[in-house]
Design a protein around this ligand. Structure first.
Ligand code: IMP
Length: 444
């Protein structure tokens, strides 16, 4: 008979490949499209952090789908979708997303598994998020107002209600009463806004919980079994590295770890289970919400990027701030994520610009620095140092081979490779699933 360790070794040799897809700027790099594309080769797609603050846009055959919580693999019928324990879950948004997909004929039930350990986002979390933001004045973060921060705070404070609590009505009522009492005290007496009806919150949780309970699973075990059976796995990051609660431009960040290491913690697999990290990077920079953004443009080029790139938040519809490619910030994100290869998106948005700039350093009080500042306040004194490259006038939309790109577009990509020190393995040349150049496939 085999000992457990031998069994592990034997199955490990047949294990599937695991790829993590992360944004390495401030989010909105176009991860959803790339995840959907790579999903052709996987058995399961996993969300491991964030919540419905994310907005992943997919365009397939001209039809647009925006997903907030459900992994971007859902449009491929044979792929399992997993929401890992690292995600904070707003049940009304989840069910609305499921209903919308199912009304279009996309089968979700039976394919979506949700970790029983996911903390729930309550209506009071949303009220707290909004009350704080409106009290924040000039120091407001510019959150998406989805209750993400307060929900992660409760997780760390060991106050969360989790999916598993839906299975125990008495425990659910008791924990909700405790959380609601605290939240409502803060809302009423600190923020001076109306409290939320705790009875109505419980009734909603009980009602929606009945629909969600069948989706609850031991997702870490499921993923481990899939991997050992030879299935490839894809881990879909949300937001971007510069919004990571530890490594981003704190406090102007989201409340989860958005970097690749959290794919392990947020799914329950060990770090040895991962093979490749794909860093998604837009060919220029954007940011939604407040916080440092050294290469931000307020001129005609900034307007070009916003208009041609259709730079509006897919969750809140807010206009995104736009600027030149910031290689200093991206290099830092490569470090934090251990990026194996890059995917450059929205290259076509640069078509027609006479010249392009890449920020290769900052001038900080007269000193040239080539890394992001340790103290966030120093960003205000960082002046970008640019390298200028010639632009191109031909269209790159829909190009599928490197050779077909204009020479200056290839030169721009080569320079990104050089300054970030990682190869460009993929290039997205349009919004549709088919519009890509694949130099090296992450699953090869
Ligand atoms: P929160 O995640 O709603 O707490 O917002 C915190 C910061 O992260 C704000 O600047 C948001 O604009 C930003 N943020 C959150 N989710 C996304 C996203 O999916 N894309 C881009 N920015 C995001």
């Amino acid at each position: 008979m085999l000992r457990a360790a031998d069994q592990g070794l034997m199955t490990a040799s047949r294990a599937g490949r695991s790829v993590i897809v992360v944004g390495i700027q401030w989010g909105d790099e176009g991860k959803g499209k790339i995840v959907d594309l790579l999903t052709e080769r996987v058995g399961a797609v996993v969300r491991f952090q964030g919540g419905h603050n994310a907005g992943h846009t997919l365009i397939i055959g001209g039809e647009k789908t925006v997903l907030h919580l459900i992994p971007s693999g859902i449009l491929r019928p044979d792929v399992a979708c997993v929401i890992g324990n690292g995600v904070v879950l707003h049940l009304p948004s989840l069910l609305q997303e499921i209903d919308r997909l199912e009304s279009r004929g996309v089968q979700v039930t039976g394919r979506l598994r949700i970790s029983a350990a996911c903390p729930l986002i309550l209506p009071t979390h949303i009220e707290l998020d909004r009350a704080r933001e409106s009290a924040g004045g000039a120091r407001a973060i510019g959150t998406t107002g989805r209750g993400i921060g307060p929900a992660y705070e409760d997780k760390a404070a060991r106050r969360s209600l989790r999916i598993s609590d839906l299975f125990d009505p008495a425990r659910l009522a008791e924990r909700l009463a405790a959380a609601a009492a605290l939240h409502n005290f803060v809302l009423e007496h600190y923020h001076k806004v109306a409290p939320v009806d705790a009875g109505a919150m419980l009734e909603e949780l009980q009602r929606l919980g009945e629909r969600v309970k069948p989706l609850a699973a031991d997702t870490a075990l499921f993923l481990d079994e899939q991997r050992r059976a030879g299935a490839n796995l894809l881990f879909e990051g949300a937001q971007g590295a510069m919004l990571d609660v530890d490594h981003g431009t704190y406090p102007y960040v989201t409340s989860s770890n958005t970097t690749a290491g959290f794919a392990a913690t947020g799914s329950g697999l060990g770090i040895g289970a991962f093979d490749y990290v794909l860093g998604i990077v837009k060919a220029y920079s954007t940011r939604v919400g407040a916080g440092p953004f050294p290469t931000e443009l307020f001129d005609d080029t900034g307007r070009h990027l916003a208009e041609v790139g259709v730079e509006f938040g897919s969750t809140t519809g807010r206009p995104r701030r736009c600027g030149w490619f910031d290689a200093v910030a991206a290099r830092r994100a490569v470090l934090h994520n251990g990026v194996t290869g890059l995917c450059v998106t929205k290259l076509d948005v640069l078509d027609g610009l006479d010249s392009l700039k890449i920020c290769v350093g900052y001038r900080l009080r007269g000193q040239l620095v080539d890394s992001t500042p340790v103290f966030v306040d120093q960003y205000a004194d960082c002046e970008p140092v640019y390298e200028e490259l010639p632009g191109w006038h031909a269209s790159t939309v829909g190009i599928t081979t490197l050779e077909a790109l204009p020479a200056n577009a290839r030169r721009y990509l080569e320079r990104i490779e050089e300054v970030l020190g990682v190869p460009v393995d993929m290039i997205s040349t349009g919004a549709d699933r088919a519009q890509n150049i694949i130099v090296r496939h992450p699953f090869d």
